[in-house]
Design a protein around this ligand. Structure first.
Ligand code: EPU
Length: 442
């Protein structure tokens, strides 16, 4: 297996797409399901490799975690007998660190490897460790083994205020908060909808968690009894197909979505002359309406323009008339796809944008002594041609596939690293083909 896509671009992508369940919700819900003393059923879980890796990891700990039907997962943590997460599997998926919650609940101590996942910048977990410590959980990192040792000597208590928000950090602290006999408060918590879905699942299962904007209160509960739960649609997948509709001058209707969660994208799309229509409460349409025009964006945590969408926006803006600036505020080093897009003829340069207070403006831990590339400028409109590309990370991977599908060139493009897309996209090739795209996996 070459692990590549062979793509012939230049075809309009048209038709209907039904979104899969959200990766970044499913992974946390699977882990949260281990907090119960009963089996849990989760529906609409995408069969993607990050989920499969996590399920296998849980099985290596002695738990039950498997697909019992298409997109239905059964989780049962009662038989978990190990409190050390295997380095091989654990370092592959970033959320493996969140297994600390069910393992601490069960054993009072656990060993977890430093999280892996997509390499988009340094991705430290200092805020998460500070939060864990603030709640009274001991943690020690052994740089030789690459493991964190966590120990819970007494019930967590107190509050933690994030210096800057963290999506998974907020979710992990919510889970720890469930062990307390007092109200735990998380301040300056992240606002991502996947977090609210986790809160919803836990509350429906008996927890008492309240959100007041950026503050979350986890109150003691009487009894936890898990409910079967259906995972929300993937908003990243929605944006991937929306972008494809616009860059290929096509027309794609996306169903089973939540238009509200895409507002920061749809607003910019309309500004850029992209055709957008809400057909009903969970169906939206993106179509080519007229020549696109350049619209600059900067990424921000929810409800801002999501960082996972900026690589898609870059391809879209290669097809727009004018000069676009994209500024990445959430992750450092998230422009690894730029050199690849240039191979297809995209005119993109790194630019410096004046920022008065970078320490506040960026959501990663800004170090004035370090050199960053946080902004690019795209000069459109460009005719992309075919090429040979290498996928660097999940979202960049989808972007390169979009660019190759957009290329107005009868020659084939080869996109190496196709399996990186399997981490987050279910039936990617089949879905593209159903819209008329010319893509094969080899
Ligand atoms: N950060 C720190 N220290 C911490 C925690 C975060 O410096 O202790 C930094 C990060 O390096 C980053 C910024 O703070 O620069 C924000 O990170 P956050 O913790 O919010 O992100 P995350 O939880 O690691 C999740 C998603 C990402 C998504 C972001 C933003 C999961 C598994 N991952 O990451 O999804 O981009 O939130 O919404 O939920 C993806 O799906 O491809 C992906 C990268």
């Amino acid at each position: 297996m070459e692990d590549a896509f062979i793509i012939h671009g230049g075809k309009k992508l048209e038709g209907n797409i039904s979104l899969s369940g959200a990766k970044n919700s499913s992974l946390k819900m699977v882990i949260a399901a281990l907090l119960f003393d009963e089996e849990v059923r989760l529906f609409n879980v995408p069969a993607i490799s990050d989920v499969v890796e996590l399920l296998q990891l849980i099985e290596t700990l002695g738990g039950t975690a498997k697909f019992i039907e298409k997109n239905t997962v059964l989780i049962d943590g009662r038989e978990i007998s190990k409190n050390k997460v295997d380095l091989l599997h654990g370092s592959k998926i970033r959320v493996s660190f969140m297994l600390a919650a069910p393992l601490l609940k069960k054993f009072g101590f656990c060993s977890i490897p430093n999280p892996g996942g997509c390499r988009i910048g340094a991705r430290p977990i200092d805020r998460i460790i500070a939060g864990v410590t603030a709640l009274g959980i001991d943690s020690k990192y052994d740089s030789e083994t690459g493991y964190y040792e966590l120990k819970m000597n007494k019930k967590p208590k107190g509050k933690y205020s994030f210096t800057k928000p963290s999506h998974t950090g907020t979710e992990l602290l919510i889970m720890f908060g469930l062990f307390s006999e007092e109200t735990i408060i998380i301040e300056n918590a992240a606002l991502e909808p996947e977090i609210d879905e986790l809160i919803d699942f836990l509350n429906k299962s008996g927890a008492r968690i309240k959100r007041e904007n950026k503050n979350i209160f986890i109150e003691p509960y009487k009894n936890l009894k898990p409910v079967p739960f259906t995972i929300m649609p993937d908003r990243n997948e929605a944006v991937t197909f929306a972008t494809l509709a616009l860059t290929t001058r096509g027309d794609i209707t996306i169903s089973k979505t939540n238009p509200k969660l895409l507002e920061s994208f749809t607003k910019k799309t309309q500004e850029a002359n992209g055709g957008y229509e809400k057909l009903d409460s969970e169906t939206i349409r993106f179509y080519y309406k007229k020549p696109l025009k350049a619209v600059s964006i900067e990424t921000a945590p929810h409800p801002g323009f999501m960082t996972d969408w900026q690589p898609n926006w870059a391809v879209l803006m290669t097809q727009a008339e004018g000069s676009t600036t994209i500024c990445e505020r959430v992750f450092e080093n998230r422009f690894m796809y730029v050199s690849e897009l240039r191979r297809l003829g995209a005119e993109i340069d790194y630019v410096k944008i004046p920022v008065t207070n970078p320490g506040e403006y960026f959501f990663f831990n800004f170090d004035p002594a370090k050199k960053y590339n946080q902004a690019i400028r795209i000069l459109g409109k460009q005719t992309l041609h075919s090429g040979v590309l290498n996928v660097t990370d999940l979202r960049a991977g989808a972007t390169l596939a979009i660019a190759a599908l957009t290329a107005d060139d009868p020659e084939e493009s080869v996109v190496y690293g196709a399996s990186i897309l399997d981490r987050g996209y279910e039936n990617f090739v089949e879905k593209i083909k159903s819209l008329g795209g010319d893509i094969e996996r080899i």
